[in-house]
Design a protein around this ligand. Structure first.
Ligand code: HEC
Ligand code: HEC
Ligand code: HEC
Ligand code: HEC
Length: 457
């Protein structure tokens, strides 16, 4: 074989390789959109051909007719087993059923969730899951406004006409270490779609979207003074960040200022804050709603380690900076915008100049909901009378184990002391009394017994 022909063969192979590599990149022209001052590199690069394909996939379906007035008999009165949407009129309830069918199981119809011989039957797991999903959607729209704003979400945001949403995740299978000759790869060097085929750790979701390990790894001082984050942790953070970019179809600069990735919020695009809330929202969706359904799902729906399919940023966004490019679908379904928060059943706190009485939930030593407001007047009096002292007594009910009750009453009293100190009262002015048992009422248990009294003496 001559030298030249060998050379040509190598050159052809190299060229073919280069072409292959290039095919993985994006062919020009692309649209750079400037998002900051010139020369700061604050640009997002869009590929118009990719965007063109995305747009039709992200159109919401036409809404059904507007909801009727919520009048006449309610669904809870007419049907037998309605636990979440009972306040809807029968017509609006049926409008809701037709909509979720179109969003989740258009092929399979009502029978995907229902035993059509008896709609009240909860025998199909899909119905049990759907009921929880309705509550989850309500929670997202009502309590995660810092993320979803007025745009909100419906079942369609994730499902898009599929019973199983296209973008879900499972925990990665543990590494097969053979005879333990290989070290811990930490999920690296196994290019995975979860991290845009990079060699970053392939499960950035378990630590950050299920657990709440710290995502921030940068030190905030010039010299290494105490930042213990490892390179491995930084790689996990980068894995998550590639997922963010891919899910939203944007570059890093959509959320970060090139001048300061990490550190201050100031000077970064507002999307950084939206994303921060999004991370907390996804944890709430997964831990508060989906993981709890593990036993309800059949085995064939579960991942290699037996966990349920969970939500990440792509579940809703599916490649768009806002799901469905910000189409406001949820507003046509008022029943998905709010939920009835369970009343805690506690009496309102007593708030007087010389005395506060605060009530606690069973087994809890935390001032929940309205109860913390009961100290406001007392703190004002203490500020006006610098010589006055305040005595705190914790009461407990007669029901249950005495030693545990006394411990609880003590912790409740300590919690109230901390709240007073946080309100500016010097700890030396607070006197703690011994826990006291209240008279048992007939049931042995009543909310009035679980209280702390703080009195100026
Ligand atoms: C994605 C799952 C799903 C689909 C599809 C679905 N439903 Fe339902 N349906 C539910 C859930 C969940 C409830 C219970 C709601 C609650 O507890 O507030 C329910 C309750 C009902 C009830 C009340 C039954 C009773 O007596 O308690 C009726 C009637 C009903 N659906 C009709 C329909 C019809 C008709 C269709 C098809 C157009 C349909 N549903 C499609 C999930 C679904
Ligand atoms: C934030 C994303 C998200 C939203 C919003 C959402 N779902 Fe889901 N849904 C999921 C995930 C994740 C699963 C688990 C996938 C699986 O079933 O394996 C799921 C599963 C289901 C299933 C079980 C399907 C099956 O075959 O296993 C039903 C039924 C369902 N959802 C109904 C609803 C309804 C009804 C709504 C709206 C009220 C809704 N979902 C809103 C993410 C979502
Ligand atoms: C959708 C918005 C978004 C995108 C896109 C995004 N990030 Fe982030 N990034 C965040 C948020 C929010 C945090 C802070 C998370 C927290 O504090 O819980 C963060 C944190 C980081 C951190 C840690 C900063 C520190 O203080 O230690 C690094 C590094 C980082 N991102 C790099 C990147 C890179 C590189 C890209 C592109 C591949 C990227 N990010 C894309 C939102 C984004
Ligand atoms: C339950 C669905 C859902 C999930 C899951 C979700 N988002 Fe969002 N996100 C939305 C909606 C809806 C909006 C639009 C809000 C608006 O109109 O301002 C949005 C907006 C945003 C924006 C602002 C875009 C802009 O241009 O203002 C960012 C950034 C973002 N999401 C990042 C994330 C990240 C990062 C994750 C994963 C940690 C995530 N989202 C998960 C529903 C979701």
């Amino acid at each position: 074989m001559s030298r030249t022909s060998r050379f040509t063969r190598y050159a052809t192979a190299a060229l073919a390789g280069a072409l292959l590599l290039l095919a993985g990149c994006e062919r020009p022209p692309v649209d750079p959109v400037q998002r900051g001052y010139r020369g700061t590199g604050m640009e997002v690069v869009y590929n118009p051909r990719a965007v063109e394909l995305q747009v039709p996939l992200n159109q919401p379906p036409a809404p059904p007719g507007p909801p009727g007035p919520n009048e006449g008999p309610k669904a809870s009165q007419v049907y037998q087993n309605v636990k979440v949407l009972g306040d809807l009129s029968v017509a609006n309830f049926n409008r809701h059923m037709a909509s979720i069918t179109a969003w989740v199981s258009p092929q399979e119809g009502c029978a995907y969730c229902h035993n059509v011989q008896n709609f009240a039957d909860d025998g199909k797991y899909t119905k049990v899951v759907a009921r929880r999903m309705i509550q989850m959607t309500q929670k997202v729209n009502a309590d995660w406004k810092p993320h979803v704003a007025a745009t909100g979400v419906t079942c369609y945001t994730c499902h898009r006409g599929n019973p199983v949403p296209a973008q879900i995740w499972f925990k990665a299978e543990g590494q097969d270490k053979k005879a333990n000759f290989i070290g811990n790869l930490n999920g690296q060097n196994t290019p995975a779609r979860t991290v845009a085929m990079s060699s970053l750790p392939n499960d950035p979701f378990t630590p950050y979207l299920l657990n709440d390990l710290p995502i921030r790894v940068n030190g905030n001082t010039a010299l290494p003074t105490g930042n213990r984050s490892s390179i491995q942790q930084a790689e996990h953070t980068f894995g998550l960040m590639t997922h963010f970019s891919k899910s939203l179809g944007v570059n890093c600069t959509y959320c970060h200022n090139t001048r300061q990735i990490g550190g201050e919020w100031n000077g970064n695009p507002p999307q950084l804050v939206t994303a921060w809330h999004g991370i907390r929202m996804v944890r709430d969706i997964n831990n508060g709603y989906i993981v709890g359904l593990t036993d309800v799902f059949p085995a064939n729906r579960k991942g290699p380690t037996g966990d349920v399919a969970k939500v990440n940023c792509a579940s809703c966004h599916q490649g768009a900076y806002k799901p469905l490019y910000g189409a406001q679908m949820a507003k046509d379904f008022p029943e998905l915008l709010s939920y009835a928060k369970p009343a805690d059943g506690l009496p309102p706190p007593v708030s007087e100049a010389q005395r506060s009485v605060l009530f606690f939930n069973v087994g809890s030593a935390t001032l929940e909901g309205e109860q913390a407001k009961g100290l406001v007047q007392l703190i004002a009096t203490l500020a006006a009378q610098p010589a006055a002292k305040v005595t705190i007594s914790g009461y407990h009910s007669a029901a249950g184990d005495l030693a545990m009750n006394q411990e609880l009453a003590k912790n409740r009293a300590l919690g109230v002391r901390d709240a007073l100190v946080a309100g500016g009262v010097a700890a030396s002015r607070v006197v703690l009394d011994k826990p006291l048992q209240t008279e048992a009422n007939i049931s042995g248990e009543d909310p009035v017994a679980r209280r702390v009294e703080a009195t100026i003496k």
